[in-house]
Design a binder for this molecule. Structure first.
Ligand code: F6P
Length: 531
Protein backbone atom coordinates (compact mmCIF):
# COMPACT_ATOMS: atom_id res chain seq x y z
CA UNK A 1 0.00 0.00 0.00
CA UNK A 2 1.37 3.41 -0.97
CA UNK A 3 2.47 5.63 1.87
CA UNK A 4 0.07 8.56 2.38
CA UNK A 5 1.87 11.67 1.14
CA UNK A 6 2.10 14.05 4.07
CA UNK A 7 1.52 17.07 1.83
CA UNK A 8 -1.77 15.57 0.62
CA UNK A 9 -3.27 15.20 4.08
CA UNK A 10 -5.93 17.47 5.55
CA UNK A 11 -3.62 18.14 8.51
CA UNK A 12 -0.90 19.46 6.16
CA UNK A 13 -3.29 21.89 4.51
CA UNK A 14 -4.53 22.97 7.93
CA UNK A 15 -0.94 23.50 9.09
CA UNK A 16 -0.30 25.63 6.00
CA UNK A 17 -3.34 27.78 6.78
CA UNK A 18 -2.37 27.98 10.43
CA UNK A 19 1.17 29.03 9.47
CA UNK A 20 -0.12 31.86 7.28
CA UNK A 21 -2.63 33.03 9.88
CA UNK A 22 -0.59 32.69 13.10
CA UNK A 23 2.63 30.73 12.72
CA UNK A 24 4.72 33.07 10.60
CA UNK A 25 4.16 36.00 12.93
CA UNK A 26 4.22 34.21 16.27
CA UNK A 27 6.19 36.33 18.70
CA UNK A 28 7.75 34.41 21.58
CA UNK A 29 8.05 37.44 23.84
CA UNK A 30 4.32 38.13 23.48
CA UNK A 31 3.48 34.44 23.85
CA UNK A 32 5.27 34.32 27.22
CA UNK A 33 3.69 37.61 28.31
CA UNK A 34 0.21 36.27 27.44
CA UNK A 35 0.61 32.86 29.02
CA UNK A 36 2.27 32.54 32.41
CA UNK A 37 2.14 28.74 32.06
CA UNK A 38 3.79 28.56 28.66
CA UNK A 39 7.05 27.07 29.98
CA UNK A 40 5.21 24.28 31.81
CA UNK A 41 2.72 23.71 29.01
CA UNK A 42 5.50 23.16 26.47
CA UNK A 43 7.82 21.09 28.65
CA UNK A 44 8.10 17.32 28.64
CA UNK A 45 9.82 14.81 30.86
CA UNK A 46 11.02 11.67 29.10
CA UNK A 47 13.28 9.05 30.67
CA UNK A 48 16.50 10.82 31.73
CA UNK A 49 15.78 13.84 29.51
CA UNK A 50 13.72 16.91 30.36
CA UNK A 51 12.84 19.16 27.43
CA UNK A 52 11.82 22.80 27.45
CA UNK A 53 10.14 23.28 24.09
CA UNK A 54 8.50 26.58 25.02
CA UNK A 55 10.98 28.82 23.19
CA UNK A 56 9.87 27.36 19.87
CA UNK A 57 7.73 29.11 17.28
CA UNK A 58 4.56 27.21 17.94
CA UNK A 59 1.38 27.34 19.97
CA UNK A 60 -1.16 24.82 21.12
CA UNK A 61 -2.92 24.76 17.72
CA UNK A 62 0.37 24.05 15.97
CA UNK A 63 1.02 21.17 18.31
CA UNK A 64 -2.50 19.78 17.87
CA UNK A 65 -2.27 19.95 14.07
CA UNK A 66 1.18 18.36 14.06
CA UNK A 67 -0.17 15.46 16.11
CA UNK A 68 -3.03 15.15 13.59
CA UNK A 69 -0.41 15.03 10.84
CA UNK A 70 1.44 12.25 12.68
CA UNK A 71 -1.81 10.30 12.90
CA UNK A 72 -2.64 10.95 9.24
CA UNK A 73 0.68 9.41 8.14
CA UNK A 74 0.06 6.48 10.51
CA UNK A 75 3.10 7.17 12.66
CA UNK A 76 1.99 4.82 15.48
CA UNK A 77 1.39 1.92 13.07
CA UNK A 78 4.73 2.52 11.33
CA UNK A 79 6.56 2.79 14.64
CA UNK A 80 5.01 -0.50 15.78
CA UNK A 81 6.02 -2.12 12.48
CA UNK A 82 9.63 -1.07 13.05
CA UNK A 83 9.63 -2.32 16.64
CA UNK A 84 8.08 -5.63 15.57
CA UNK A 85 10.84 -6.24 13.03
CA UNK A 86 8.89 -5.80 9.80
CA UNK A 87 11.19 -5.18 6.81
CA UNK A 88 10.64 -1.43 6.72
CA UNK A 89 14.01 -0.80 5.05
CA UNK A 90 12.40 -1.74 1.75
CA UNK A 91 15.26 -0.87 -0.63
CA UNK A 92 17.49 -3.36 1.16
CA UNK A 93 14.70 -5.74 2.20
CA UNK A 94 15.70 -5.55 5.85
CA UNK A 95 14.16 -5.12 9.26
CA UNK A 96 15.35 -2.22 11.43
CA UNK A 97 15.90 -3.53 14.91
CA UNK A 98 18.50 -1.51 16.78
CA UNK A 99 15.90 -1.37 19.56
CA UNK A 100 16.28 -5.17 19.97
CA UNK A 101 19.94 -4.62 20.89
CA UNK A 102 18.97 -2.85 24.09
CA UNK A 103 15.92 -4.86 25.08
CA UNK A 104 16.32 -6.87 28.29
CA UNK A 105 17.14 -10.55 27.98
CA UNK A 106 14.12 -12.46 26.72
CA UNK A 107 12.17 -9.32 25.80
CA UNK A 108 12.93 -8.31 22.22
CA UNK A 109 13.19 -10.02 18.84
CA UNK A 110 16.37 -12.12 18.37
CA UNK A 111 16.96 -11.92 22.12
CA UNK A 112 19.04 -15.11 22.33
CA UNK A 113 21.48 -14.04 19.58
CA UNK A 114 21.67 -10.48 20.87
CA UNK A 115 22.45 -11.47 24.45
CA UNK A 116 24.85 -14.22 23.47
CA UNK A 117 27.03 -11.66 21.62
CA UNK A 118 26.53 -8.99 24.28
CA UNK A 119 27.70 -11.36 27.00
CA UNK A 120 30.77 -12.25 24.94
CA UNK A 121 31.55 -8.59 24.16
CA UNK A 122 31.29 -7.62 27.82
CA UNK A 123 33.33 -10.58 29.02
CA UNK A 124 36.04 -9.68 26.51
CA UNK A 125 35.89 -6.01 27.58
CA UNK A 126 36.38 -7.02 31.20
CA UNK A 127 39.37 -9.20 30.29
CA UNK A 128 41.02 -6.24 28.54
CA UNK A 129 40.19 -3.96 31.49
CA UNK A 130 42.11 -6.30 33.74
CA UNK A 131 45.28 -4.62 32.55
CA UNK A 132 47.60 -6.54 34.85
CA UNK A 133 46.59 -9.73 33.11
CA UNK A 134 45.82 -8.44 29.57
CA UNK A 135 48.91 -6.25 29.33
CA UNK A 136 46.91 -3.84 27.13
CA UNK A 137 47.20 -0.08 27.60
CA UNK A 138 46.04 1.25 24.21
CA UNK A 139 43.01 0.32 22.14
CA UNK A 140 42.75 1.50 18.53
CA UNK A 141 39.35 1.34 16.88
CA UNK A 142 39.69 1.30 13.11
CA UNK A 143 36.35 1.98 11.45
CA UNK A 144 34.45 4.75 9.70
CA UNK A 145 30.93 6.20 9.63
CA UNK A 146 28.68 4.16 11.88
CA UNK A 147 31.63 1.96 12.84
CA UNK A 148 33.44 4.97 14.28
CA UNK A 149 31.22 7.93 15.11
CA UNK A 150 29.25 6.26 17.92
CA UNK A 151 32.14 4.97 20.05
CA UNK A 152 34.22 8.06 19.20
CA UNK A 153 31.41 10.23 20.58
CA UNK A 154 30.44 8.08 23.58
CA UNK A 155 33.92 7.35 24.97
CA UNK A 156 34.77 10.98 25.81
CA UNK A 157 31.17 11.59 26.89
CA UNK A 158 31.57 8.96 29.59
CA UNK A 159 35.17 9.76 30.43
CA UNK A 160 34.34 10.15 34.13
CA UNK A 161 33.21 6.51 34.19
CA UNK A 162 36.19 5.20 32.24
CA UNK A 163 39.10 2.95 33.13
CA UNK A 164 41.96 5.25 34.12
CA UNK A 165 44.69 3.00 32.76
CA UNK A 166 43.44 2.60 29.21
CA UNK A 167 43.82 4.97 26.27
CA UNK A 168 41.29 4.77 23.43
CA UNK A 169 42.26 5.91 19.92
CA UNK A 170 40.09 6.20 16.83
CA UNK A 171 41.28 5.97 13.25
CA UNK A 172 38.78 6.45 10.44
CA UNK A 173 40.20 8.53 7.62
CA UNK A 174 41.90 6.85 4.67
CA UNK A 175 44.24 9.83 4.70
CA UNK A 176 47.39 8.47 6.34
CA UNK A 177 47.66 11.60 8.45
CA UNK A 178 45.04 9.98 10.66
CA UNK A 179 46.72 6.67 11.52
CA UNK A 180 50.37 7.77 11.34
CA UNK A 181 50.47 9.94 14.50
CA UNK A 182 48.49 7.30 16.42
CA UNK A 183 50.90 4.48 15.54
CA UNK A 184 53.92 6.65 16.29
CA UNK A 185 53.02 6.62 19.99
CA UNK A 186 52.16 2.94 20.36
CA UNK A 187 53.90 -0.24 21.40
CA UNK A 188 52.61 -3.38 19.63
CA UNK A 189 52.96 -5.48 22.78
CA UNK A 190 50.46 -3.32 24.68
CA UNK A 191 48.06 -2.41 21.85
CA UNK A 192 44.74 -3.94 20.86
CA UNK A 193 43.33 -3.14 17.41
CA UNK A 194 39.59 -3.41 16.86
CA UNK A 195 38.74 -3.63 13.15
CA UNK A 196 35.13 -2.46 13.03
CA UNK A 197 33.21 -2.67 9.80
CA UNK A 198 29.70 -3.92 9.22
CA UNK A 199 30.60 -5.06 5.71
CA UNK A 200 34.33 -5.63 6.22
CA UNK A 201 34.82 -4.26 2.71
CA UNK A 202 34.94 -0.49 3.32
CA UNK A 203 37.98 0.92 1.54
CA UNK A 204 39.14 3.20 4.33
CA UNK A 205 38.87 0.59 7.08
CA UNK A 206 40.46 -2.21 5.11
CA UNK A 207 43.35 0.05 4.07
CA UNK A 208 43.98 1.23 7.63
CA UNK A 209 43.65 -2.31 9.00
CA UNK A 210 46.33 -3.42 6.52
CA UNK A 211 48.61 -0.57 7.59
CA UNK A 212 48.07 -1.43 11.27
CA UNK A 213 48.88 -5.10 10.72
CA UNK A 214 52.03 -4.27 8.71
CA UNK A 215 53.14 -1.82 11.42
CA UNK A 216 52.47 -4.41 14.14
CA UNK A 217 54.64 -7.03 12.46
CA UNK A 218 57.36 -4.55 11.47
CA UNK A 219 57.64 -3.34 15.06
CA UNK A 220 58.13 -6.85 16.40
CA UNK A 221 54.53 -7.68 17.29
CA UNK A 222 54.19 -11.43 17.52
CA UNK A 223 50.63 -12.55 18.03
CA UNK A 224 48.14 -10.90 15.67
CA UNK A 225 45.41 -13.21 16.98
CA UNK A 226 45.70 -11.64 20.41
CA UNK A 227 46.13 -8.06 19.23
CA UNK A 228 43.51 -7.82 16.44
CA UNK A 229 39.81 -8.43 16.92
CA UNK A 230 36.99 -7.86 14.47
CA UNK A 231 33.46 -6.47 14.76
CA UNK A 232 31.40 -7.23 11.68
CA UNK A 233 28.45 -8.95 10.05
CA UNK A 234 30.91 -10.45 7.55
CA UNK A 235 32.62 -13.11 9.65
CA UNK A 236 34.11 -14.76 6.57
CA UNK A 237 35.97 -11.62 5.44
CA UNK A 238 37.28 -11.04 8.96
CA UNK A 239 38.61 -14.61 9.03
CA UNK A 240 40.27 -14.07 5.64
CA UNK A 241 42.00 -11.00 7.08
CA UNK A 242 43.45 -13.31 9.75
CA UNK A 243 41.23 -12.34 12.65
CA UNK A 244 40.18 -15.18 14.90
CA UNK A 245 38.29 -13.30 17.65
CA UNK A 246 35.24 -11.76 16.02
CA UNK A 247 32.09 -10.22 17.46
CA UNK A 248 29.20 -10.38 15.05
CA UNK A 249 26.08 -8.39 14.46
CA UNK A 250 23.29 -8.53 11.95
CA UNK A 251 22.07 -6.91 8.74
CA UNK A 252 19.06 -5.51 10.59
CA UNK A 253 21.39 -3.14 12.46
CA UNK A 254 22.07 -0.04 10.38
CA UNK A 255 25.63 1.31 10.58
CA UNK A 256 24.55 4.60 12.16
CA UNK A 257 22.34 2.71 14.63
CA UNK A 258 25.01 0.18 15.62
CA UNK A 259 26.61 1.65 18.74
CA UNK A 260 24.41 -0.70 20.80
CA UNK A 261 25.84 -3.77 19.09
CA UNK A 262 29.40 -5.12 19.22
CA UNK A 263 30.38 -1.84 17.51
CA UNK A 264 30.13 -0.48 21.07
CA UNK A 265 33.15 -2.62 22.08
CA UNK A 266 35.53 0.36 22.56
CA UNK A 267 32.94 1.96 24.84
CA UNK A 268 32.43 -1.31 26.73
CA UNK A 269 36.19 -1.56 27.26
CA UNK A 270 36.34 2.05 28.44
CA UNK A 271 33.41 1.95 30.88
CA UNK A 272 33.06 -1.76 31.71
CA UNK A 273 30.19 -4.21 31.62
CA UNK A 274 27.94 -2.71 34.31
CA UNK A 275 28.06 0.79 32.86
CA UNK A 276 27.53 -0.56 29.34
CA UNK A 277 24.43 -2.39 30.50
CA UNK A 278 23.19 0.84 32.10
CA UNK A 279 23.81 2.61 28.79
CA UNK A 280 21.63 0.02 27.01
CA UNK A 281 18.99 0.27 29.74
CA UNK A 282 18.74 4.05 29.28
CA UNK A 283 18.14 3.60 25.57
CA UNK A 284 15.56 0.91 26.28
CA UNK A 285 13.72 3.24 28.65
CA UNK A 286 13.51 5.80 25.82
CA UNK A 287 12.30 3.05 23.46
CA UNK A 288 9.48 2.29 25.87
CA UNK A 289 8.58 5.95 26.08
CA UNK A 290 8.55 6.22 22.27
CA UNK A 291 6.44 3.07 21.98
CA UNK A 292 3.90 3.94 24.67
CA UNK A 293 3.58 7.67 25.43
CA UNK A 294 0.68 9.47 23.75
CA UNK A 295 1.93 11.43 20.74
CA UNK A 296 1.42 14.77 22.46
CA UNK A 297 3.58 13.73 25.41
CA UNK A 298 6.05 11.72 23.40
CA UNK A 299 9.33 13.61 23.33
CA UNK A 300 10.95 12.06 20.24
CA UNK A 301 7.66 12.49 18.39
CA UNK A 302 7.31 16.13 19.44
CA UNK A 303 10.90 16.91 18.41
CA UNK A 304 10.45 15.15 15.06
CA UNK A 305 7.22 17.05 14.40
CA UNK A 306 8.89 20.36 15.29
CA UNK A 307 11.59 19.48 12.76
CA UNK A 308 8.89 19.08 10.11
CA UNK A 309 7.24 22.35 11.15
CA UNK A 310 10.52 24.24 10.84
CA UNK A 311 11.73 22.54 7.66
CA UNK A 312 8.52 22.59 5.63
CA UNK A 313 6.52 25.56 6.91
CA UNK A 314 9.15 28.01 8.17
CA UNK A 315 11.61 26.69 5.53
CA UNK A 316 14.55 26.70 7.95
CA UNK A 317 17.20 24.55 6.32
CA UNK A 318 19.59 24.09 9.22
CA UNK A 319 19.61 23.27 12.92
CA UNK A 320 22.45 23.90 15.33
CA UNK A 321 23.19 21.69 18.34
CA UNK A 322 25.05 23.20 21.28
CA UNK A 323 25.88 20.76 24.08
CA UNK A 324 27.03 22.70 27.16
CA UNK A 325 29.16 19.78 28.24
CA UNK A 326 32.64 19.26 26.84
CA UNK A 327 32.16 15.49 27.02
CA UNK A 328 29.56 15.85 24.27
CA UNK A 329 32.03 17.55 21.91
CA UNK A 330 31.53 14.83 19.29
CA UNK A 331 27.75 14.73 19.64
CA UNK A 332 27.00 17.13 16.74
CA UNK A 333 29.27 15.07 14.44
CA UNK A 334 27.48 11.91 15.54
CA UNK A 335 24.12 13.51 14.82
CA UNK A 336 25.27 14.56 11.37
CA UNK A 337 25.43 10.95 10.26
CA UNK A 338 22.37 9.90 12.24
CA UNK A 339 20.18 12.63 10.79
CA UNK A 340 21.67 13.55 7.44
CA UNK A 341 22.51 10.04 6.22
CA UNK A 342 19.09 8.86 7.41
CA UNK A 343 16.94 11.70 6.13
CA UNK A 344 18.97 13.22 3.31
CA UNK A 345 16.63 11.71 0.72
CA UNK A 346 14.75 13.08 -2.27
CA UNK A 347 12.26 10.34 -3.08
CA UNK A 348 9.71 8.67 -0.84
CA UNK A 349 9.47 4.96 -0.03
CA UNK A 350 7.40 4.48 -3.19
CA UNK A 351 10.12 6.15 -5.30
CA UNK A 352 8.06 9.29 -5.91
CA UNK A 353 9.96 12.59 -6.03
CA UNK A 354 9.34 14.58 -2.88
CA UNK A 355 7.85 18.03 -3.20
CA UNK A 356 9.22 19.25 0.13
CA UNK A 357 12.50 19.68 1.97
CA UNK A 358 13.88 16.81 4.03
CA UNK A 359 16.91 16.66 6.33
CA UNK A 360 18.15 20.00 7.60
CA UNK A 361 21.87 20.58 7.90
CA UNK A 362 22.78 19.59 11.46
CA UNK A 363 25.88 21.16 12.93
CA UNK A 364 27.34 22.57 16.11
CA UNK A 365 30.07 22.74 18.68
CA UNK A 366 30.05 22.49 22.44
CA UNK A 367 29.16 25.65 24.30
CA UNK A 368 30.77 27.95 25.14
CA UNK A 369 33.23 27.54 22.24
CA UNK A 370 30.53 28.06 19.62
CA UNK A 371 29.59 31.37 21.21
CA UNK A 372 32.98 32.77 20.25
CA UNK A 373 32.79 31.47 16.70
CA UNK A 374 29.44 31.35 14.93
CA UNK A 375 26.84 32.47 17.46
CA UNK A 376 27.18 35.94 15.95
CA UNK A 377 25.35 34.59 12.91
CA UNK A 378 22.72 32.87 15.04
CA UNK A 379 21.93 36.16 16.76
CA UNK A 380 22.25 38.68 13.94
CA UNK A 381 22.57 36.77 10.66
CA UNK A 382 19.83 36.88 8.02
CA UNK A 383 18.84 33.21 8.41
CA UNK A 384 16.88 31.86 11.33
CA UNK A 385 18.51 28.69 12.65
CA UNK A 386 16.79 26.84 15.50
CA UNK A 387 19.27 25.94 18.21
CA UNK A 388 19.21 22.94 20.49
CA UNK A 389 20.89 23.50 23.83
CA UNK A 390 21.87 20.51 25.95
CA UNK A 391 22.49 21.28 29.61
CA UNK A 392 23.72 18.84 32.24
CA UNK A 393 22.83 19.75 35.81
CA UNK A 394 25.50 17.89 37.77
CA UNK A 395 29.12 17.87 36.65
CA UNK A 396 31.58 15.02 37.09
CA UNK A 397 34.40 17.35 38.14
CA UNK A 398 35.02 19.41 41.27
CA UNK A 399 35.09 22.86 39.71
CA UNK A 400 31.58 23.96 40.62
CA UNK A 401 32.28 27.58 39.69
CA UNK A 402 33.14 26.57 36.10
CA UNK A 403 30.03 24.47 35.81
CA UNK A 404 27.80 27.29 37.01
CA UNK A 405 29.36 29.57 34.41
CA UNK A 406 28.74 27.01 31.66
CA UNK A 407 25.09 26.64 32.66
CA UNK A 408 24.57 30.40 32.96
CA UNK A 409 25.95 30.81 29.44
CA UNK A 410 23.61 28.12 28.17
CA UNK A 411 20.52 29.83 29.57
CA UNK A 412 21.73 33.29 28.54
CA UNK A 413 22.13 32.27 24.92
CA UNK A 414 18.62 30.90 24.55
CA UNK A 415 17.32 33.98 26.35
CA UNK A 416 19.25 36.33 24.05
CA UNK A 417 18.09 34.50 20.93
CA UNK A 418 14.50 34.91 22.04
CA UNK A 419 14.55 38.39 23.61
CA UNK A 420 16.81 40.20 21.19
CA UNK A 421 17.33 43.91 21.61
CA UNK A 422 15.62 46.73 19.76
CA UNK A 423 17.54 49.60 18.18
CA UNK A 424 15.88 51.92 20.72
CA UNK A 425 17.18 49.76 23.59
CA UNK A 426 20.63 49.64 22.03
CA UNK A 427 20.62 53.43 21.65
CA UNK A 428 20.17 53.94 25.39
CA UNK A 429 23.13 51.75 26.35
CA UNK A 430 26.72 52.80 26.55
CA UNK A 431 29.08 50.76 24.39
CA UNK A 432 32.67 51.43 25.40
CA UNK A 433 34.19 49.90 22.28
CA UNK A 434 31.87 51.69 19.84
CA UNK A 435 33.05 54.44 17.55
CA UNK A 436 32.58 57.89 19.07
CA UNK A 437 32.13 59.50 15.66
CA UNK A 438 29.61 57.19 13.98
CA UNK A 439 26.02 58.40 13.81
CA UNK A 440 24.15 57.05 16.90
CA UNK A 441 21.19 55.77 14.89
CA UNK A 442 23.43 53.86 12.51
CA UNK A 443 25.36 52.42 15.46
CA UNK A 444 22.23 51.28 17.27
CA UNK A 445 21.10 49.41 14.13
CA UNK A 446 24.36 47.46 14.20
CA UNK A 447 23.90 46.77 17.87
CA UNK A 448 20.28 45.61 17.79
CA UNK A 449 19.15 41.96 17.70
CA UNK A 450 15.90 40.83 16.05
CA UNK A 451 15.21 38.19 18.72
CA UNK A 452 12.32 35.74 18.38
CA UNK A 453 14.86 33.10 17.34
CA UNK A 454 13.73 29.63 18.42
CA UNK A 455 15.51 27.15 20.61
CA UNK A 456 14.95 23.94 22.54
CA UNK A 457 16.74 23.17 25.80
CA UNK A 458 17.28 19.57 26.83
CA UNK A 459 18.34 18.96 30.42
CA UNK A 460 20.01 15.87 31.85
CA UNK A 461 20.53 15.46 35.59
CA UNK A 462 24.01 14.06 34.93
CA UNK A 463 25.85 12.61 31.97
CA UNK A 464 25.67 9.02 33.18
CA UNK A 465 25.80 5.95 30.92
CA UNK A 466 22.06 5.57 31.35
CA UNK A 467 21.37 9.21 30.44
CA UNK A 468 23.61 9.09 27.38
CA UNK A 469 21.83 5.96 26.19
CA UNK A 470 18.47 7.66 26.56
CA UNK A 471 19.67 10.82 24.83
CA UNK A 472 20.95 8.98 21.75
CA UNK A 473 17.79 6.87 21.50
CA UNK A 474 15.75 10.08 21.71
CA UNK A 475 17.47 11.40 18.59
CA UNK A 476 17.10 8.07 16.76
CA UNK A 477 13.34 8.09 17.27
CA UNK A 478 13.07 11.76 16.42
CA UNK A 479 14.73 11.02 13.06
CA UNK A 480 12.29 8.15 12.53
CA UNK A 481 9.39 10.50 13.26
CA UNK A 482 10.31 13.12 10.66
CA UNK A 483 11.23 10.40 8.15
CA UNK A 484 7.80 8.84 8.63
CA UNK A 485 6.03 12.14 8.06
CA UNK A 486 8.07 12.74 4.90
CA UNK A 487 7.45 9.13 3.84
CA UNK A 488 11.13 8.35 3.31
CA UNK A 489 13.29 5.35 4.10
CA UNK A 490 15.62 6.51 6.87
CA UNK A 491 17.62 3.31 6.82
CA UNK A 492 19.37 3.15 3.45
CA UNK A 493 22.21 5.35 2.12
CA UNK A 494 22.47 4.95 -1.64
CA UNK A 495 23.82 8.48 -1.88
CA UNK A 496 27.28 7.43 -0.74
CA UNK A 497 27.70 4.81 -3.49
CA UNK A 498 28.44 6.93 -6.57
CA UNK A 499 31.49 8.60 -5.06
CA UNK A 500 32.84 5.22 -3.93
CA UNK A 501 32.48 3.77 -7.45
CA UNK A 502 34.12 6.77 -9.13
CA UNK A 503 36.98 6.63 -6.62
CA UNK A 504 37.63 3.02 -7.58
CA UNK A 505 37.73 4.04 -11.25
CA UNK A 506 40.14 6.92 -10.56
CA UNK A 507 42.55 5.05 -8.29
CA UNK A 508 44.37 3.12 -11.06
CA UNK A 509 44.69 6.29 -13.12
CA UNK A 510 46.83 7.97 -10.45
CA UNK A 511 49.82 5.91 -11.52
CA UNK A 512 49.84 6.61 -15.22
CA UNK A 513 47.65 6.18 -18.24
CA UNK A 514 45.69 8.49 -20.38
CA UNK A 515 43.09 10.88 -19.06
CA UNK A 516 40.61 10.35 -21.86
CA UNK A 517 36.95 10.20 -20.96
CA UNK A 518 37.37 12.38 -17.87
CA UNK A 519 35.76 15.79 -17.59
CA UNK A 520 38.22 18.63 -18.03
CA UNK A 521 38.32 19.64 -14.39
CA UNK A 522 38.94 16.13 -13.03
CA UNK A 523 41.56 15.44 -15.70
CA UNK A 524 43.46 18.64 -14.87
CA UNK A 525 43.31 18.02 -11.12
CA UNK A 526 44.44 14.42 -11.53
CA UNK A 527 47.35 15.55 -13.66
CA UNK A 528 48.34 18.04 -10.95
CA UNK A 529 48.05 15.53 -8.08
CA UNK A 530 49.83 12.62 -9.73
CA UNK A 531 53.01 11.58 -7.97
O1 F6P B 1 29.23 5.91 4.39
C1 F6P B 1 28.45 4.83 4.08
C2 F6P B 1 28.50 3.75 5.09
O2 F6P B 1 27.91 2.64 4.53
C3 F6P B 1 27.81 4.12 6.41
O3 F6P B 1 26.46 3.98 6.37
C4 F6P B 1 28.49 3.17 7.34
O4 F6P B 1 28.26 3.51 8.66
C5 F6P B 1 29.92 3.33 6.89
O5 F6P B 1 29.82 3.41 5.47
C6 F6P B 1 30.86 2.23 7.29
O6 F6P B 1 30.50 0.99 6.78
P1 F6P B 1 31.11 -0.35 7.36
O7 F6P B 1 30.75 -0.44 8.78
O8 F6P B 1 30.51 -1.43 6.54
O9 F6P B 1 32.61 -0.29 7.19
Amino acid sequence: MAHPRCDETIAWTALGGHFEAHGRELDLREAFARDADRAAAFSLQAPEVFADLSKNLWDDSTRRLLVELAEAVQLPTRRDAMLAGEPINTTEGRAVLHTALRAPRGAGPFSDEVHEVLDRVLAFAERIRDTASSGITDIVNIGIGGSDLGPRMAVPALDAHSHPGLRLHFVSNVDGHDIAPVLRRLNPATTLFIIASKTFTTQETMANAGVARAWFLAKGGTDTRKHFVGVTTNLKAAAEFGITETFGFWDWVGGRYSLWSAIGLPLAIAIGADHFRAFLAGAHAMDQHFAQAPLRENLPVQLGLLDVWYRNFHHFSSRSVAPYHQGLKRFPAYLQQLEMESNGKRVDTDGRALRLGTSPVVWGEPGTNGQHAYFQMLHQGTDVIPVEFIAVKTPTHDHAELHTKALANCLAQSQALMLGKTAAEAATESAPTASATLDRTVLSRHRSFPGNRPSTTLVLEALTPRALGALIALYEHRVFTSATVWGINAFDQWGVELGKALCNQLLPRFGSGDLSGLDGSTAALLQRLRA
